[in-house]
Design a protein around this ligand. Structure first.
Ligand code: ZN
Length: 178
């Protein structure tokens, strides 16, 4: 297993649409294991394959703060099949340096996908887990949480990013990155 480099905004790779995984084999299981290791090493609660430079539809999620590391959820070709209600959540992202913002998403989702053992999986989620699943599936479609914000807020972030890059400082605000 290996810790992979995480691509960050404004890397154009993050705006591309990922391919469906046609065959779940050892190669896929291998990079999914690397993604899990990378997510934990970066202290994130979720990670999507394009964030580590792979344009394939794979995500890993672990929102269980009490049993962290015990059962990471690894989903291939995930799709939201049911969504209802609204929830607003303060989101951060491992690919968006030093910025968080409130994003509105569905409050409950049913997500279908496949495990690395080639089994069909259905996950029902609410709260942070629902937010995280929607955020990661967005990554597979080339979308960041910034794309849910107004152009004004996005512009402010671009300015702030320039400032951060000049100063080289990364403040820690305690919001989980997904
Ligand atoms: Zn993210």
């Amino acid at each position: 297993m290996a810790v992979l480099r995480i691509h960050t905004f404004p890397d154009p790779l993050l705006t591309r649409t990922s391919e469906r995984i046609a065959e779940i084999d050892g190669r896929v299981a291998g990079y999914v294991a690397d993604m899990v290791e990378t997510m934990y090493a970066a202290n994130g609660v979720g990670l999507a394959a394009p964030q580590v430079g792979l344009l394939e539809r794979a995500i890993v999620v672990d929102t269980d703060s009490e049993n962290r590391g015990l059962a990471p959820l690894c989903l291939l070709n995930p799709e939201v099949v049911e969504a209802e209600g609204d929830i607003t959540w303060e989101e951060g992202c491992l690919s968006v340096v030093d910025y968080t913002a409130e994003v509105q998403r569905s409050a409950r989702v049913l997500v279908s996908g496949w495990s690395v053992d080639q089994e069909e999986v259905r996950i029902e989620a609410t709260g942070l887990k629902a937010v995280c699943l929607q955020h990661e599936i967005d990554h597979l479609d080339g979308k960041l949480f910034l794309d849910h914000l107004s152009p004004l807020k996005r512009g402010l972030y671009r300015k702030r990013l320039k400032k951060i890059k000049r100063s080289g400082e990364l403040p820690d605000d305690g919001v989980p990155r997904i």
